[in-house]
Design a protein around this ligand. Sequence first.
Ligand SMILES: [Ca+2]
Ligand SMILES: [Ca+2]
Ligand SMILES: [Ca+2]
Length: 146
Amino acid sequence: MKTRSLTLIAAALAFAIPAAASAETFSEHFLSKYDKDGNGAVSLAELKKKRTGGFKHFDEDGDGVLDASEYSDLKAHQAMQEAIHRAEGMSDAPRHVHDAMSIFVMDTNRDGLTSAEEFLAASVAWFKSVDTDGDGSLSAAELDAI
Ligand SMILES: [Ca+2]
Ligand SMILES: [Ca+2]
Ligand SMILES: [Ca+2]
């Protein structure tokens, strides 16, 4: 009987994964994380606040810079998120977002560390590249165009 119920669970999972695929678009996912005032768009202030929190989370020793070990934790976390989104059938947008948070982009003084300032500056540059109508906020349409 146990085998039978496992088979049923497997069948249910096989059904549930494609169903989840169409459940959330990239913009819905991004807005749920970043749009704190719920107006359907992400302002630069909202992005900075969320990214500042993210930086503090990964700056484990709290010295204001991401060293190689902290940076590799950040990248491992991002790779895991990308794998989950891929399995859910989301577009490749998460990878593009994470590419903008690469040390090659962020570490502008080339000291091998990412400071909080460098981290935020890269986020602001990314924000401006996605805000194609230049109104200072990221709409669902702009996010889905990534
Ligand atoms: Ca908002
Ligand atoms: Ca650190
Ligand atoms: Ca915009």
